[in-house]
Each structure stands twice: as C-alpha cells, then as structure tokens.
Design a protein around this ligand. Structure first.
Ligand code: TRP
Length: 448
C-alpha cells in the first residue's frame, strides 16, 4: 500500500475531478445521438434506470478497489486478490482506454474545428444542407480532422503531465461550473424554438414497444460510458481519494449530475432537431448538424456558438484526461518509465489509432470491418462489449473475490456512515449486476 501516493486536495476538487471525468462527450455528443437512434424516451428511461440501479454500485466498487489498494487498476486487482491472473481485468481496462480515446479524440477534434469555424463566422447564413455538406467536406479532406485530433491528444497529454493536483484538479475546478451554466442557457433558448414540443415529447413520452435487448444493451453501454465505468478511470481516481471522503455521497452526486447533463443536452438538441428538419437518427454527426442552425437563429448566436464548442472541448478534455491517466500511470508504474516518457508514448499511440478512426469516416474508406467504419466499430465495440465486461469483472471481484471486510470498510468509512444502504449495494454488486450484465451478453450472443 502506497500512502505517499498523490491525493486530491479539497473536497470540491474531488467532486470536480470525478465530475469532470463523467461529464463529457458521452453526455453532450453520444447520449443525444444514441437516444435519437434508439427510440428517444424509451432509451432515456432504460438509461436512467441502469445509471441509478446498476451503475452507482459499480462506481462504488471501482472506488473501493482503487482506494483500498492505492494503485493502478492492474496492480490493484492482482494485489487485492493475491492472484496475478486478476491483473488481466486491469489490462482489459488499458485496452479499453486505448480504443475509447482513439475515437473520442476525433470527435473532440471536430469540436475544435467547429470552434474555429464559429470564430471565423463560417456558419452565418448557412442552410441546414450547407452545414451538412460543410461537415462532409471537412471529414473527406482527410488531413484536417487529423490536425485537430493531434491538437486534442497533445492537450490531454499536457494536462496529464501536470500531475494530479496541479493538472487535473485545477482545470476541472474552474471549468466544470462554467459548463453547467452555459448548458442551462442553451436549454432556455430551446423553449423559443418551433420544434420545442416535438423535441420534448420525443425525449419524454416513451414508446415502450421500442425497448428490446439491443436497446437495453446500448443503454447499459451508454450508462457505463457516461459514468466512466468499466475501464479503471474510477479505480485510478479512487486511488487518489482521501480516506475520510465519503464515496457513497460522491457517487450519488456525480451520477445525478451526469444524468442531468445528459437530459439537458437532449433538451438543447432535440427541439432543434425537429425545428430544422434534421433526422434524429443521423448518428455521430447529430449535434454537429443541429446546433450551428440554432446558433444562427438567436441574437448573439455568434458568441454562443463559440462558447458552446469551447464548452464541448472542455467537457471532452476533462474526461480524456481520466482515460489517459489510466494508460499513462500503468506504463510509468508497471514498466518503471518516467511519467513524461509514458505520456509521450500514450499520446503517440492514441494519435496513430485516432488518425485511422478519422480516416475511416471518409466516403469509400477501406478502413472498415464488416462494412462498418473503424470509427463506428471502436465506438460500438468499446461501449457495448468492453465496458460492460470490465464492469462485470469489477462487480464479480468486489462481490466474490475481494476481502468482504475491506470492501465494507471502504464503502462505509469503517462503519461510520451509510450502513443502511450497504446491504442493498452489496446485494446488487454480488447478484443483480452480474446477472443482468451476463443476461444481456447472452442475448447479444444469441443464447437467449
Ligand atoms: N464519461 C466520459 C464521457 O462521458 C468518458 C470517459 C472518461 C469514460 N473516462 C471513461 C468512458 C472511462 C468509459 C470509461 O465523455
């Protein structure tokens, strides 16, 4: 156990850092596009139910694994179980972080391009069709998305290099509250759009016939993605949380925040989707096709557009930092390599894979697997398979492998609070979460 390990400074700093990790492109970009593709309100309900009933206990388990071992995910699993083979669960997380960061950096790069275009006032007076063809030209230029991907990956590396307190905590503390305020402003503006009621009913009146195994699995994947679970981010952050911090309260606070931001994003986007005749199933391009139309319609839209894409960039970087932290701390701690070297290695690897993802989005790109672009495969496979698998391993570990008392002491701070909730969480971790996730996997594989 390493007691000298870096720790988050203040309590607000912890909330800001964990909140910064969970709130990201997952809420602002991925949630609206998946919700649009998978039946709107029906998807939202399943997603919220899973977030509160299954995801929170998983988050607590990841915190427990990290805080009690005070080490990176791979080392945490093997040291707490005293079995090296459990280290593979940590390795899965490393692989997942590489896959997610690759496509994540591409979309964050799009946000930077849209920020640049907003500043240059390129959207002013453009029709929805013009905005769409503009995005197409950008994607098909080949090199332009790569430049922005590189900028984003380097920026992430720079924050990671700044270390825990100085880097991650400081950037989150300032920018998280700002993000929330700007989003609320956008939602208020939504109420003035002609498609407001259509958007609201799309998001809130469920058509239950749309719920099936795939929708549930996608919602599970999205809950994991959005709450940064199943990969080790929360294990790493847990390892930086002080003993006296109440992780139950922390998990509840950030989960409520996360779901709120997703719903606010939905409210900012779907009314506009219906106002401007955009297809809700437009996929990963959805918010980029939608919002530039909104910005031109409102007074001061020029500035709102700049602020918004800056916000998306902030949300993305505070999350990507938590992913790269998994990779970098693993390389530097396990391979005994200096932190700046391991950061450089991570940055290079992600840039190479991210470039392939970006190029795979060009029309007729050969970078496809089974007819889908590498980008889509990375996005889909990581969230629907890798994260739930990582989450499954973490609950099996906490429920069945890890010392029961260590787990209980972690959750209740040695019995000083939260004892009423503990048995419920324990039950979910031991039985419900593993069974639900396994059933969903079996249905995906066609066994049920
Ligand atoms: N939750 C972040 C988002 O919504 C992304 C993220 C950060 C993540 N760390 C993670 C996703 C770990 C899965 C696992 O944008």
């Amino acid at each position: 156990m390493n007691n000298k390990r870096a720790k988050f400074g203040s309590r607000f700093g912890v909330i800001a850092a964990v909140g910064g990790s969970v709130v990201g492109l997952g809420n602002i970009w991925r949630f609206p596009y998946l919700c649009g593709e998978n039946g709107g309100a029906a998807f939202l309900i399943v997603y919220i139910a899973i977030s509160f009933m299954i995801a929170i206990p998983i988050m607590l388990s990841e915190f427990a694994i990290g805080r009690s071992s005070r080490s990176n995910p791979m080392h945490a699993y093997s040291s707490l179980s005293k079995k090296r083979s459990w280290g593979l669960a940590g390795l899965l997380g490393i692989a997942t972080s590489i896959v997610i960061l690759s496509f994540y950096s591409v979309i964050a790069g799009w946000a930077l391009e849209f920020l640049r275009e907003s500043i240059a006032d390129n959207f002013g007076g453009s029709s929805p069709e013009a905005i769409k063809s503009n995005l197409n030209t950008f994607i098909n230029s080949g090199w332009r998305p790569l430049v922005w991907t590189l900028v984003f990956v380097i920026a992430t590396g720079a924050v990671v290099l700044g270390g825990v307190e100085k880097g991650i905590e400081r950037i989150n503390k300032i920018l998280m509250p700002l993000l929330f305020l700007i989003l609320i402003g956008l939602v208020i503006n939504s109420t003035t759009l002609s498609g407001f009621s259509d958007g609201v009913s799309f998001l809130f009146s469920p058509d239950f016939s749309k719920i099936n195994g795939t929708v549930i699995l996608k919602a599970l994947g999205q809950a994991f993605f959005s709450l940064s679970l199943g990969m080790g981010s929360m294990i790493i952050y847990g390892s930086y949380i002080k003993r006296q911090e109440r992780t139950m309260k922390l998990a509840a606070t950030v989960s409520v925040t996360d779901v709120t931001v997703a719903v606010l994003s939905g409210l900012a986007i779907f009314p506009a989707v219906f106002s401007f005749g955009i297809n809700p199933t437009s996929g990963p391009e959805l918010i980029f096709l939608t919002l530039p139309n909104v910005f031109q319609q409102i007074p001061g839209g020029y500035f709102v557009s700049i602020i918004f894409f800056f916000l998306v960039f902030i949300a993305a970087i505070t999350s990507s930092v938590s992913m790269m932290e998994v990779l970098t701390s693993y390389i530097s701690e396990e391979m005994k390599i200096k932190r700046w070297v391991s950061t450089l290695m991570s940055v290079s690897l992600i840039f190479i894979l991210g470039s392939l993802c970006a190029l795979s989005q060009m029309d007729n790109s050969p970078l496809t697997i089974g007819g889908k672009s590498l980008f889509d495969v990375f996005d889909n496979f990581s969230a629907t398979i890798m994260l739930p698998l990582g989450g499954l391993l973490s609950v099996i570990f906490c429920g069945w492998v890890m010392d029961k008392m260590v787990y209980k002491n972690e959750l209740t701070n040695h019995g000083s609070y939260g004892l009423k909730l503990y048995p419920v969480i324990r039950f979910i971790v031991k039985f419900i979460a593993p069974v639900v996730i396994s059933l969903l996997f079996m249905s995906l594989l066609g066994f049920i």
